[in-house]
Design a protein around this ligand. Structure first.
Ligand code: SAH
Length: 214
């Protein structure tokens, strides 16, 4: 994608590399998805800083490093079907769309979902859909998923998400209270679940039936 922000995007990729992101497919996705198109005008000049930014509705677009690390942990292939819980601006949806076969993003706030749809369509992203709903319930019609990324802080692992994970599937989810969480990798092998703690993170809360009370 050639635009006047290309140079800033390359610097962001360099920063992510320095911070330890090694997956070339993930770095490539960051190098082509125009993050500035997913943030409000007021913060556009900060779009390529490695930081979370406000996107309206009291929500934030997550820090690029945390998103890139999550994508790396998910080991997504071009055949994978992916569920994103907390689509927000649609930026991570676009990154996922570069890596996966299809992406289904669930977002509970109508305005954010609508704006994400407009941006994704304007960018010609054709293998991702955004639906409005409580993502703690997953999205049964398209299950199972090879990878699930939860982009909001959860008090635990929502049972419907584990159910909707395919055998061999991977899920990344921040688990903790509303202040601090640990980014956790869940791997499903048959009926067993393996849980690996990755790092401390800070996300906005996951509000819903299997999340925090709204
Ligand atoms: N991946 C997003 C990050 C958005 S922040 C991005 O790149 O911009 C987390 C998002 O999760 C917020 O938009 C919030 O509204 C949404 N959210 C919180 N609880 C949710 C739920 N139960 N279902 C779906 N979305 C939820």
């Amino acid at each position: 994608m050639s635009d006047s922000f290309g140079g800033y995007r390359s610097l962001l990729v360099e920063t992510l590399r320095e911070k330890g992101i090694r997956d070339l497919r993930v770095l490539h996705a960051v190098s082509i998805v125009p993050r500035h198109r997913f943030v409000p005008d007021a913060v556009r000049h900060r779009a390529y800083e490695d930081s979370a930014l406000p996107i309206g509705g009291g929500q934030t677009i997550s820090q690029p490093y945390v998103q890139a690390r999550s994508l790396e942990l998910l080991r997504i292939t071009g055949n994978d079907r992916v569920l994103e819980v907390g689509g927000g601006s649609g930026y991570q949806t676009a990154l996922l769309a570069e890596l996966a076969s299809t992406v289904l993003a669930v977002e509970r706030l109508k305005e954010l979902a609508q704006s994400a749809r407009v941006t994704l369509e304007a960018l010609g992203v054709s293998n991702a859909s955004v639906v409005i709903g409580d993502g703690t319930l997953g999205w049964r019609p398209y299950a199972p998923y090879d990878a699930i990324v939860v982009a909001a802080a959860s008090p635990g692992i929502p049972a419907p998400l584990v159910e909707q994970l395919a055998p061999g599937g991977r899920m990344v989810i921040p688990i903790g209270d509303q202040e601090l969480q640990v980014l956790t990798l869940i791997e499903k092998t048959g009926d067993a679940i393996r849980q690996t703690v990755v790092s401390d993170v800070r996300f906005v809360p996951l509000l819903g039936q299997f999340g925090f009370a709204g």
